[in-house]
Design a protein around this ligand. Sequence first.
Ligand code: SIN
Length: 326
Amino acid sequence: MGNSNNVVILATGGTIAGTAARSSQSVGYSAAQLGVDQLLAAVPDLAEVAGGGLIAEQVAQLDSKDMDDAAWRQLALRCRHWLARADVAAVVITHGTDTLEETAWFLQQVLPAGGKPVVLTCAMRPATALLADGPQNLRDAVACAVDAQAQGVLVVVAGQVHGARAVRKQHPYRLDAFSSAEQGAMGWIEEGQVRWQQPPQCRLPEASAWQADVEALPCDDWPWVEVVSSHAGCDGRAVDALLAQGVQGLVVAATGNGTLHRALGPALHRALQAGVPVWLSTRCSEGQLVAAQGHATQAERQPRPVDLPPFKARISLQLALLAHRA
Ligand code: SIN
């Protein structure tokens, strides 16, 4: 090691480590096949881009659709471990695209606000593809991680830098599958340099009870929180079934500005009466819920509107319930 500004690469699997039988195959491949050393070997000048040493660690080997609480906890602990070392400048995480935005949001909630950068990256094509995007994304992620203005949890993919709150996977196939929608990218990586549009310092840090004590996250048995949706033809049976099975929190992906099918409302009310918190989000892919004029305060026993998309709200509710339990 010997350096005071090492970059740590934590590998977790995904398509970036995926392989296919044929180079023309961009679907139907196996994710999470290559180890971290093979990912690094695909970018010959990575140490030069890092400007210091590279430390590689395989934290998991998953298709990210199978991400779970135990893997998240382990990843947070390894980030915490490396970030606490004076000889480490930044952490880069290779991850699958499918739940990358959830992992980014989870880490943003549990790692110290601001602080040394943690940059997640991924690929839409397996490592064996004719146009594998993983090596360039990894190189860009390292370039971003060592930029003087980088801080907190960031996502680098397809030449863009995104923040953990805004980023979402918007396309199942395109190489530029991620977007920060109306907020826009924080910046671009061009020839190994970041051109910032909105450096991370311009954004408010996110607060969470776990930032001080990620070690206290339990190894398993995290609160069971589900996302339910309001849609045409909806009724309350799914919510009642979840309540009967002991669900501990619900996030509703509501229509438009938080509206609910009239047949869903009574079931959500039953959940609230039973002491199960219900958070309200929108299924729209952009924007957030807007309070009506004069209705800024939360009514008793009503679903609580939140300014997060449903699957990020699910994580925040889980962490809030865990903090309450502690
Ligand atoms: C995964 O999310 O692990 C597989 C899909 C991908 O990385 O694009």
